[in-house]
Design a protein around this ligand. Structure first.
Ligand code: ATP
Length: 229
């Protein structure tokens, strides 16, 4: 059964239409890669799912509920955990405070997050602003997990990070997939890394979902046509 189902989603930023026809589903426990060239509508789709962009039409169902009209805090409370582009944390709170501020009851606790990212335990008393980019990203993922979501959305989680840190983030995503029943949407440019963790891909072009299928069917002609690689 689908955990998340988007049908015929259109969305605007004021007078400018960014999404025209997005169809996308994510099953329980499934990892879906949301792909497409720059500016095609991946982040906008995520904003619609999280109800941060409310100028939208079409159907959104999450965990059996109609989400198309709910405000963003209700989407978060319903179990959608977002790691936004730009890894937003509270800069002047320390790591522990950042994690606690996000916490909602459930199996994800500070201990479990620091087990996934031991560096966050080492930095527990350090202000978020003083963390490296990679550590801030780990904290952003940790904060989303502390909300105890049933769907985790990672928007460009490895963007701008050093290869060794990217590797740590991908390893954590693989571990989340293997050890938990969490459904995950990942936006990332690295097809090679996505291939390692994602079950399916959905490709967006100019605000439309133009291809979806298993990663084994994502052949070169498709990546060349829609992703330019
Ligand atoms: P990227 O990989 O560059 O982040 P993306 O696929 O996530 O790209 P979006 O950020 O969703 O793309 O952008 C989709 C379209 O919406 C683009 O044409 C973009 O210029 C436009 N857009 C995005 N944010 C805004 C905004 N705040 N106001 C107006 N237009 C916007």
């Amino acid at each position: 059964m689908s955990l998340l189902e988007l049908s015929s989603i259109a969305a605007h930023y004021g007078p400018s239409q960014a999404l025209f026809d997005i169809n996308l589903s994510v099953a329980e426990g499934e990892v879906v890669a949301l792909m497409g060239r720059n500016g095609m509508g991946k982040t906008t789709t995520i904003k619609v799912i999280c109800r941060m962009l409310t100028e939208s039409s079409g159907a959104i169902r999450f965990a059996g509920k109609d989400m198309a009209r709910v405000p963003s805090h209700r989407a978060a409370r319903a179990g959608i955990g977002l790691v936004p582009e730009g890894r937003r944390c509270f800069p002047n709170l320390d790591v522990r405070e950042n994690l606690i501020a996000a916490a909602r009851p459930g199996e994800w606790t500070m201990d479990r997050v620091t087990d996934l990212f031991p560096r966050l335990a080492e930095r527990a008393d350090q202000m978020a602003v003083s963390l490296s980019g990679g550590e801030q990203q780990m904290l952003a993922i940790g904060r989303a997990l502390m909300t105890n979501p049933s769907l985790l959305i990672l928007d460009e989680a490895t963007e701008g990070l050093a290869p060794v840190v990217r590797h740590e983030i991908w390893a954590a995503i693989a571990r989340l997939k293997a050890d938990t029943g969490l459904a995950i949407i990942v936006v990332d440019k690295s097809i090679r890394e996505l291939r390692g963790v994602a079950d399916r891909a959905v490709i967006i072009e100019r605000g439309r979902s133009v291809w979806s299928g298993g990663f084994s069917d994502l052949h070169h002609d498709i990546t060349e046509r829609y992703l330019g690689v």
